[in-house]
Design a protein around this ligand. Structure first.
Ligand SMILES: Cc1cc2nc3c(=O)[nH]c(=O)nc-3n(C[C@H](O)[C@H](O)[C@H](O)COP(=O)(O)OP(=O)(O)OC[C@H]3O[C@@H](n4cnc5c(N)ncnc54)[C@H](O)[C@@H]3O)c2cc1C
Length: 241
């Protein structure tokens, strides 16, 4: 998978700070922004993110290009409604030469890889045959597996991103969307480090776990005082969805 931050609100944290200060000032936002230094911005944003005054975060938006993920992954992604999406069309773009995402659990074993690859190849050939027989792309695509790769552009504001990271960086999320969420998080952290300082699953962002009854490798790592990153990004056991 390839994930790029295509565009984002210029100076996202200054803008959020300006919006926040408008709530508590007689001055309009245009006058407030001139007085804000980045240091001041960090302090107030930290406080407001902590107490849950999250509507100010909606002013900062981030647009990502997500390439080479499966349709199974984007189906989960688009369940997040406070966002905008533009996805490669399976009606206008032929799937005849598409690539497929092979889950690591299948890829690591020769027998399971063979089963997977055989079915994918059969589906690809059947798809091409249907097109030759005059079936339009919009109908031939019905036989294509969910593993088929797709590209999507997604725009979310900072508030929705925090929510998305809470659900999808969690070890309970499925491995592919979890990998996507961690990549998106690392990109936005570079341009809005204060807003996303504690972003991630609830065990990181809030120090609590709503999934206590399910043992999780990430929680074990955190309990031992270790770093969470690699476990959460790469482990593909112990998930659902
Ligand atoms: C581990 C995991 C397992 C899952 N398993 C399943 C499953 O088995 N089946 C399934 O169907 N889905 C499943 N989902 C998807 C899940 O139910 C949500 O649809 C998805 O995570 C989007 O989250 P959301 O609705 O909170 O957020 P968003 O759509 O991102 O919305 C953000 C927030 O806005 C508010 N909001 C948005 N729309 C409304 C609305 N119409 N009314 C009121 N408030 C609203 C809510 O507070 C919401 O949390 C799973 C998700 C996870 C993370």
């Amino acid at each position: 998978m390839k994930v790029e931050l295509l565009s984002y609100t210029p100076n996202p944290e200054l803008l959020v700070e300006e919006a926040a200060r408008t709530c508590y000032s007689k001055k309009p936002g245009s006058k407030i922004i001139k007085k804000i230094t980045s240091k001041k911005a960090s302090k107030l944003i930290k406080k407001l993110v902590k107490i849950g005054h999250h509507s100010i975060l909606e002013h900062a938006v981030f647009t990502f290009s997500v390439e080479g993920v499966s349709r199974a992954c984007t189906h989960q992604l688009v369940r997040h409604r406070i966002a905008s999406y533009s996805q490669q069309s399976q009606r206008y773009v032929s799937l005849g030469n598409s690539n497929f995402v092979v889950p690591p659990t299948i890829r690591k074993d020769q027998k399971t890889s063979e089963i997977f690859n055989r079915i994918v190849e059969e589906a690809r050939n059947a798809y091409k045959k249907l097109l030759e027989l005059g079936i339009p792309e919009e109908d031939a695509r019905y036989i294509i597996p969910q593993a088929v790769q797709t590209n999507i552009v997604v725009t979310m504001n900072a508030r929705e991103l925090l929510h998305f990271f809470k659900l999808r960086c969690c070890m309970r999320a499925q491995w592919e969307i979890r990998a996507l969420a961690w990549r998106m998080l690392s990109l936005v952290k570079k341009v809005a480090p204060t807003i996303f300082e504690n972003a991630g699953p609830p065990c990181i962002s809030e120090g609590i776990c709503p999934e206590e009854e399910f043992p999780c490798k990430l929680r074990e790592v955190l309990k031992r005082g270790g770093k969470s990153g690699n476990t959460a990004k790469t482990d593909n056991s112990n998930n659902r969805s």
